[in-house]
Design a protein around this ligand. Structure first.
Ligand code: G3I
Length: 372
């Protein structure tokens, strides 16, 4: 019989061990293959980072990120509402931390995003003159791109400017500045940050009509003699419905215009939704069927998800001469925006790592493409 104090010490040690592996689950996952190393000769591997990750609140998570990824995009903190909260006030605190994070862990930062119709500062709603919108637009790009000159690798200069039919979205910028605003945005970004790669980024721009609009947009910028280096296909797709043919056609057509092609916000939704895409303005009402996998993901769906990821990465590898980066929109399922969109509080499973940061079958299928 052990004396009481030994029993207490032993139980504490067991509890501690259990915590390390179950609470975060990151300890074990450090020993798995690394995505960035596996694809190092092919393309960059990125992730979206949230505040907790940028601030390194969990050292195991930091280590995990540094081991798996060599590129990162801020999920929210460089959007105009956060970085430019008042007319004459900018807040670079989190963005600067992100830049430090990148330097420290050898991760290239893609700034996201300079001009987007969503997550605009609230003061924009009170502006109703062309002059003021133009001043906001110009000052915002000059100040933000200027601040991060030489500090970020690239910028999503303009985000989601297109409608599904390929026409330009009626954003505040289109309304007040006309359709030349996109070229202007690239011109200003180039002047403010000459050494930075400049991209156009959108969702569903692999679909034929939207792709045609995107190709026209790129041509227009180039014909004005303004630099645009690449195009981001966000890649918010749905399990069992990956548009592989459209994606391949898009890679070829964008590359034919001299664009670097990137998959910038990759995730695969497994939950029911009655529309495609990632328009954050769209919402759905919850019902009894809308959160079917609250307890666990059925194996059949898990396997389909794995097959979808494998097929996608097979395609990316086939076109590795044109695809320069693949970025996941988040590290693990628990942190994905899809748990809260288009319905709040669901349980989604869109990424390669589960809620404990453990690799899912999809991870091994993707890694397996480079073995043997
Ligand atoms: O930070 C506040 C918090 O203080 C507040 O209590 C809480 C209550 O709603 O909201 C928090 O802000 C949320 C923010 O994410 C941070 O979590 C916003 O409501 C929420 O709208 C915001 O969602 C982001 C969304 O963009 C907004 O546009 C998602 O995290 C982000 O993943 C998503 O990312 C976009 C890309 O930038 C562009 N492409 C589509 C992609 C997915 O929508």
């Amino acid at each position: 019989m052990l004396p009481n104090k030994h029993i207490i010490a032993l139980s504490a040690a067991v509890l501690l061990l259990a915590n390390v592996t179950t609470e975060k689950g990151t300890a074990l996952a450090q020993s798995i293959p690394s995505l960035k190393d596996t694809f190092k000769k092919d393309f960059g591997i990125g992730t979206a980072l949230n505040n907790a990750q940028i601030e390194e609140r969990d050292p195991q998570m930091t280590e995990f990120i540094a081991r798996q990824f060599n590129m990162a995009t801020p999920e929210n903190i460089m959007k105009s509402a956060l970085i430019h909260p008042k007319w004459d006030t900018y807040d670079f605190s989190m963005g600067d931390k992100l830049v430090d994070f990148g330097r420290k862990h050898n991760i290239k930062i893609n700034g996201h995003t300079l001009i987007w119709h969503s997550q605009l500062p609230s003061f924009i709603r009170g502006i109703h003159s062309q002059d003021s919108i133009r001043t906001f637009f110009t000052d915002h790009i000059k100040t933000v791109a200027g601040h991060y000159k030489g500090k970020v690798f690239s910028w999503d200069v303009v985000n989601e400017a297109l409608n599904e039919d390929g026409t330009l979205r009626k954003s505040v910028f289109l309304q007040y500045l006309g359709d030349d605003y996109i070229t202007q945005a690239f011109r200003l970004a180039q002047e403010a940050s000459p050494g930075t790669e400049l991209y156009y980024n959108d969702y569903n721009n692999e679909q034929p009509a939207k792709r045609a609009g995107c190709l026209a947009l790129i041509k227009k910028v180039k014909e004005a003699g303004v630099r645009i280096d690449g195009v981001g296909i966000q890649g918010h797709w749905h399990v069992g419905k990956i548009p592989l043919n459209d994606i391949e056609e898009s890679i070829n057509q964008y590359a034919a215009l001299g664009m670097k092609v990137m998959f910038t916000e990759l995730d695969i939704e497994v939950l029911p939704r009655n529309f495609q895409g990632a328009d954050v303005g769209q919402r759905m009402t919850a019902n009894e069927q809308s959160n079917p996998y609250a307890a666990a993901l059925p194996d059949s769906v898990q396997q389909q998800l794995a097959a979808d990821y494998e097929a996608l990465f097979k395609l990316f590898l086939k076109h590795k001469d044109k695809v320069t980066r693949v970025t996941f929109w988040g590290i693990n399922d628990g942190q994905s925006w899809l748990n809260n969109w288009p319905i709040r509080g669901r349980t989604s499973y869109p990424l390669l790592f589960d809620r404990n940061n453990q690799p899912k079958p999809a991870f091994y299928r993707v890694i397996g493409l480079k073995k043997g």
